[in-house]
Write a protein that binds this ligand. Sequence first.
Ligand code: LMR
Length: 256
Amino acid sequence: GLIRKPAAFISTISDERGQELMYAGMRISDVFKEDIGIGGVISLLWFKRRLPPYATKFIEMILQLTADHGPAVSGAMNAIITARAGKDLISCLVAGLLTIGDRFGGALDGAAKEFTRGLSSGQTPREFVDSMRKANKLIPGIGHKIKSKTNPDLRVTLVVDYVKKHFPQHKTLDYALAVEDVTTQKSNTLILNVDGAIAVSFCDLLYGSGAFTEEEAAEYLELGVLNGLFVLGRSIGLSAHVIDQRRLRLGLYRRE
Ligand code: LMR
């Protein structure tokens, strides 16, 4: 009769067995009663805890800032070409998402890891840059194809201003900005990019919000949750490009 089969896997974030769906112990009706927003839902499901309002607002800011960056970027182009080949929404979305990686939109976890390492090991920004060069590694979160010191990325400015105004501490962000001072001396386009700015700010949230122990903060960095923020945000824009192409009723794309 009502006997449930033994669990084949373990999950600790949500529960649909009772009368009400629960997100990390919070009833779905309370999610709305307390108006925790999508930032609140992400904090429950990704981090299994409520985060302070400035943090959930920051998560929402990230999703809004990364939602789209025009049709010319790798992800959007792939989604557009796939849409024009007449494929379904999910195929187009996945085609776009598959471009996300070290060079496009997927530098967040790497940036968080490298900047945290540099900062905690006491390297000056100059030493950090030199050590990366010596190891023949690109600095994740530094550099943009077209944005530069003279053509700044306003998304980065918005992140920096928000974090400086609302976060209790922003050591990693300050460190990354000091690294940017070093790298932009070499080339104007070696700015702290949007991935990098979000990533280092998230480190400051993990370590400075009081919502995580040091071990938990380190564990989340190790688990690699930050690229998920860009993936989630950009899925909004990729879907939008697919809808747009369908609306335009353009045929199969072929390069002239
Ligand atoms: C983006 O958000 O897609 C980018 O910063 C990449 C780009 O080249 O604009």
